[in-house]
Write a protein that binds this ligand. Structure first.
Ligand code: MG
Length: 387
């Protein structure tokens, strides 16, 4: 299904003020038209854009273009009226163009979602256009006074792009006598059905000087949203006491020792702290919630199972792990000789580059239960990032 866009940019736009037509006035580091063309061509279904230009504006136009490669763009000279300009655009469409979207040059905030609504509606009707139902009360006024209330039932504020099956709108324009306000009017005059799809309050038409301030504010808001990241921090803390044995497992590495660590699973205190930090960043509780100690199937389990579950849960929720930092707190065994093996093993399990995984150790200066050699504690921090 080939979809093309026609952007009618031949108007003089005098109501917006300024030296140049409004569509060539600056907006967000480009021009109004530049923003409009970028917005319209952002929808991947659009493979051709035809820009209808006033012959005087060729140089201004050249400064407005910065489009994705999927979209071929060409210009045609506009006619004396809006109708004639649209007809010039329709004549320039590539063969096989099944649907065409006719758009105002001064509506730079059209979204992909709105474009999709119009394109999809054309599967069921020869015409489709976005509009918003009128929700304010409507008055008739005269000399500054309200003279009557106007029923707003069934009234809509029309927007663009107005979409049509190409052959239908070509026939409608060919038989139209001219002077239509927009292409929906041309279509209706030809007896075409035009479906109303939901418009967008931000899809404003820049018309008056004050509209530029609103447009800049909308652009700033979108820029902010584009760069907004969802960054989560989580912490974890765990303790396991020593018991009889000859080795401990810390951050996935077996370290010979005078004791083992006591626990329902393999008692990997470091890996538990990191796992809880990831669950914490997701506000998903802790290991005990996902792997209840009362469940015998986790008895003696390798803690890798827990860590992988937390990592997979983070990815399923759209997060990548920025980094983890784990501190083991004990007097013995000495962690230093095993630190890089622990870092490598934790990175392997989490599918991360080792540069994002920190394992370090400290003593508690012989104070407290870790100082007395009764067990090992660990704290950990994890950063999760979603674009
Ligand atoms: Mg634990």
């Amino acid at each position: 299904m080939t979809v093309a866009g026609i952007v009618v940019a031949a108007g003089r736009g005098t109501r917006a003020g300024g030296e140049t037509p409004k569509q060539f006035q600056p907006l967000g580091g480009s021009t109004v038209l530049g923003q409009t063309l970028a917005a319209l061509s952002s929808h991947p279904a659009l493979t051709q854009l035809v820009v209808v230009l006033h012959p005087d504006d060729t140089d201004l136009y050249a400064a407005s273009i910065n489009l994705p490669e999927h979209c071929a763009i060409s210009t045609v000279p506009g006619g004396a009226t809006r109708d004639a300009s649209v007809r010039a655009g329709l004549a320039a469409l590539q063969d096989g163009t099944r649907k065409v979207l006719i758009h105002d040059a001064a509506r730079p905030f059209v979204t992909q979602a709105l474009i999709k609504r119009v394109i999809d509606a054309l599967d069921h009707a020869p015409g489709a256009a976005p509009a918003l139902a009128v929700t304010d009360a409507l008055w008739r006024g005269n000399d500054g006074n309200v003279v009557a209330l106007q029923d707003r039932t069934g009234l809509f504020r029309a927007q663009t792009p107005q979409g049509f099956r190409t052959s239908a709108i070509r026939a409608a324009h060919a038989s139209h006598s001219g002077g239509a306000a927009d292409d929906v009017a041309v279509a209706l005059a030809h007896g075409l059905d035009v479906t109303i799809v939901e418009g967008d309050e931000d899809n404003i038409k820049i018309t008056l000087p004050g509209d530029f301030a609103r447009a800049e504010a909308l652009l700033a808001q979108r820029e902010k949203e584009r760069h907004a990241m969802d960054i989560r921090l989580g912490n974890g803390f765990d303790v396991h006491r020593f018991c009889e044995g000859d080795a401990v497992i810390l951050c996935g590495v077996k370290v010979p020792h005078t004791h083992a660590l006591d626990g329902h699973s393999d008692a990997d205190v470091g890996m538990h702290a990191v796992t809880d930090a990831i669950y914490g960043a997701l506000a998903e509780g802790d290991i005990g919630r996902h792997f209840p100690p009362s469940d015998p199937q986790w008895k003696g389990a390798a803690s890798e199972v827990f860590l992988r579950h937390a990592v997979d849960l983070a990815r399923a929720k759209g997060f990548s792990i920025g980094n983890v930092d784990c501190t083991l707190i004990c007097e013995f065994p000495k962690i230093g000789p095993h630190g890089s093996a622990m870092q490598a093993e934790m990175a392997r399990i989490m599918g991360l580059d080792p540069s994002r995984v920190s394992v370090k150790a400290t003593t508690s200066e012989r104070l407290g239960f870790t100082g007395r050699g009764e067990g090992i504690a660990s704290i950990a921090t994890a950063t999760l990032v979603a674009p």
